[in-house]
Design a protein around this ligand. Sequence first.
Ligand code: GTP
Ligand code: MG
Length: 148
Amino acid sequence: MEHTFIMIKPDGVQRGLVGEIIGRFEKKGFTLKGLKLITVDRAFAEKHYADLSAKPFFSGLVDYIVSGPVVAMVWVGKGVVTTGRNIIGATNPLESAAGTIRGDYAIDIGRNVIHGSDSVESAKKEIALWFPEGVVEWQSSLHSWIYE
Ligand code: GTP
Ligand code: MG
């Protein structure tokens, strides 16, 4: 089954949105297979966002990600990469649809509460980076109520 990496950014943790965000993924029917609260250093944040290293906002982005603890998660389910991004909403919260996490809880692009992998390939890289110890393999007893 498809995996994705989801991170609640420092602003989401500070603002008390952890439960709300996890609830949205749970209620959709996705399965949580990894979860930890972690503060990362600059080298780690730079590795996570390496593809954006040439962008003018890169150092501000790294400052943001290292500014406090984040909640790192692995969620699993059919279509979870794309659907996870839809639940999160557009990068710029002023353009995110109402009902999405960023649309409901954020205003500035540099304080947009949550990260989600943008492809199955990125998800694999990000899960390997954030969960080198591996994830928890289990199947929800609700599986047959969610999948036909
Ligand atoms: P992530 O899920 O965090 O990867 O966001 P994304 O995939 O929607 O956007 P992208 O990967 O292009 O950018 C990563 C993060 O950099 C965004 O979530 C923003 O926090 C930040 N960012 C992107 N574009 C801008 C920008 O133009 N200005 C600023 N200040 N930050 C930006
Ligand atoms: Mg991205």
